[in-house]
Design a protein around this ligand. Structure first.
Ligand SMILES: Cc1cc2nc3c(=O)[nH]c(=O)nc-3n(C[C@H](O)[C@H](O)[C@H](O)COP(=O)(O)O)c2cc1C
Length: 528
């Protein structure tokens, strides 16, 4: 039986059943089956590769200026070189590491849980100089496109997205995720990761698209089954997540009444796969069935508008506000270099950040997103361990005031490490952003799809914080967490919210110095 987007117990149950706790982690019997580790690339076996140019635009715009500029749309046309830069800096292979024993990992431009890279990118081309209209898959492994469908499908997509501008924009990038690549390690919790990881990828795609003048616009609302059919993906294994329209508007693409269901064979990911029904359940229950459903959902999102946090005026009166310095306007590092050099920090020193560096990362994380539904679903809570001029403690960031609200002063390195699933990274960092969302307010308005959205927004914000950190010469790492303990730590302020995602910021340990990792310890409530 089909479950509707309105039956929000499904998202609630999914979130609760995939929460991490000390006991769930300690009692888990899940072991990594290395013999069936999924292959990280989707390679179609019946389609010839169309090699992309190997010379890529260096994007010579300062990273922070690119973040400040927002979704500009100055370009009069889209070229193959633009598309190449966009795909490379969002989803391309940027470095290779060979480990003792011969194992090799091809790291990608955007960070991704466990370096498993389940996000796949496709592009529907209408008017791109140097490329015939059609629907293409991008394979970062051989840096090539493969044409899944010749001919213009933009009008079909416009219908599925319930927005006719899609038929006039030059091209649309479509992101999907192959479940098994992530669930192999993370099991049912992997559904959250689909949105965190497509979010970090989108942070790159939106920034690079803006830098190229392509006015990228994100769509989270669409008829899932229709887009899935256009791509010819197996919906049981691969979920369509988001679309991004690009480039100038022109004459509308000719109408396409329907697209035939055409599947192309591709290399198997592994000899066997494990299915996680919880994941299918939440995905199916957050689908939209018709263009009208999409319109209604989008309208509801607009009604929600802006920040949904309940804490702007808190009972007990306002707390002490710590004004932050204005965000830095330039970092000295251009966008192409920032992305090329980016890598998650594997060990933080205890060195401090300046208040301006932290302020710039928080500003970057909360920049507006040009999208079909408004952002503002997630709140940024922080543990500040070492930021010059900012008292150590627990805070809530208020983007509209660009200020921190002090929840509790204190030294919380050990607690922060504990909250981050007892990972020392979470205590060694100079500051740790905890993204929390009031699901109890979001789900009644946006249904189960609001759950996708909260995770996605946190992923995009996290990806932007990563970019702002690397541009400024310090590091970042996404982290996972103990759900309930995070909420309790920031309560009473965060009472009723849910933990969504975490990003740690700080200076990397290295250059011969030894940093002894923080010892995690279970927190007592700081603000109780
Ligand atoms: C959403 C997200 C969650 C992550 N969680 C963790 C984590 O809990 N612990 C950790 O050590 N690294 C974590 N990482 C970092 C990834 O392991 C890292 O991005 C991946 O190995 C790719 O490496 P790179 O970022 O250096 O390119 C996370 C990254 C992301 C994007």
């Amino acid at each position: 039986m089909e479950v509707s987007n309105r039956e929000t117990r499904i998202a609630r149950e999914y979130h609760d059943r995939t929460a991490h706790s000390p006991s769930s982690v300690r009692t888990s019997s899940h072991a990594l089956a290395w013999d069936i580790k999924p292959f990280p690339f989707k390679v179609y076996t019946d389609l010839p590769p169309l090699a992309l140019p190997r010379e890529v635009d260096p994007l010579p715009i300062d990273t922070l200026a690119a973040l400040a500029a927002g979704p500009k749309g100055a370009a009069a046309r889209v070229t193959l070189a633009d598309l190449t830069a966009l795909l490379y800096y969002a989803a391309g292979v940027t470095k290779k590491k060979t480990y003792a024993g011969g194992g090799e990992v091809l790291f990608r431009a955007a960070p991704s849980t466990g370096a498993l890279y389940q996000t796949e990118a496709y592009v529907a081309v209408g008017r791109v100089d140097g490329l015939e209209p059609g629907l293409y898959h991008f394979c970062p492994g051989d840096f090539a496109l493969r044409c899944l469908r010749a001919g213009d499908v933009r009008a079909f997509l416009a219908h599925a997205v319930a927005d006719e501008t899609i038929a006039r924009r030059a091209a649309t990038v479509l992101l999907t995720a192959i479940y098994w690549r992530n669930t192999w390690k993370y099991q049912a919790r992997g559904y959250r990761h689909l949105f965190w990881d497509s979010g970090t990828l989108l942070a790159h795609l939106l920034e690079v698209g803006s830098a190229l003048g392509l006015a990228p616009r994100l769509y989270a609302g669409f008829v899932d089954a229709a887009v899935s059919r256009a791509l010819g993906v197996d919906a049981e294994r691969e979920a369509v997540l988001e679309l991004v329209a690009l480039g100038p508007e022109g004459a509308p693409a000719p109408p396409v009444a329907s697209v035939e269901d055409r599947r192309h064979p591709y290399l198997p990911l592994s000899s066997s796969e494990v299915d996680y029904p919880l994941l299918h359940e939440i995905h199916a229950a957050s689908m939209l069935a018709t263009p009208d459903d999409v319109r209604v959902w989008r309208e509801a999102g607009r009604g929600l508008g802006g920040r949904v946090s309940a804490n702007v005026v808190e009972e007990g009166g306002p707390r002490a506000l710590v004004a932050l310095p204005a965000p830095r306007e330039a970092s000295g590092r251009v966008l192409g270099e920032t992305i090329q050099q980016r890598g998650s920090t594997r060990q933080f020193s205890h060195a401090s950040l300046s208040a301006a560096e932290l302020a710039t990362a928080l500003w970057a994380a909360t920049r507006p997103i040009d999208a079909d539904v408004p952002a503002g679903l997630v709140d940024l809570y922080l543990i500040v361990n070492a930021v010059d001029g900012v008292t150590s403690g627990a805070y809530w960031y208020r983007p509209e005031a660009h200020a921190l609200e002090l929840l509790a002063a204190g030294h919380y390195r050990n607690e922060s490490a504990y909250l981050c699933l007892e990972q020392p990274l979470g205590g060694d960092a100079a500051a740790v952003i905890y993204f929390l969302a009031p699901l109890a307010r979001i789900l009644p308005v946006l249904g189960n799809r609001g759950y996708r959205l909260a995770n996605l927004e946190a992923g995009i914000a996290g990806g932007r914080a990563y970019l702002a950190a690397y541009a400024q010469g310090f590091g970042a790492s996404g982290l996972t967490f103990y759900d309930r303990h995070v909420v309790e730590f920031f309560s009473s302020h965060a009472a009723g919210k849910d933990a969504i995602f975490v990003v740690a910021l700080g200076r990397g340990a290295g250059s011969g110095r030894v940093t002894i990792g923080t010892t995690p310890s279970r927190p007592r409530r700081p603000s109780a």
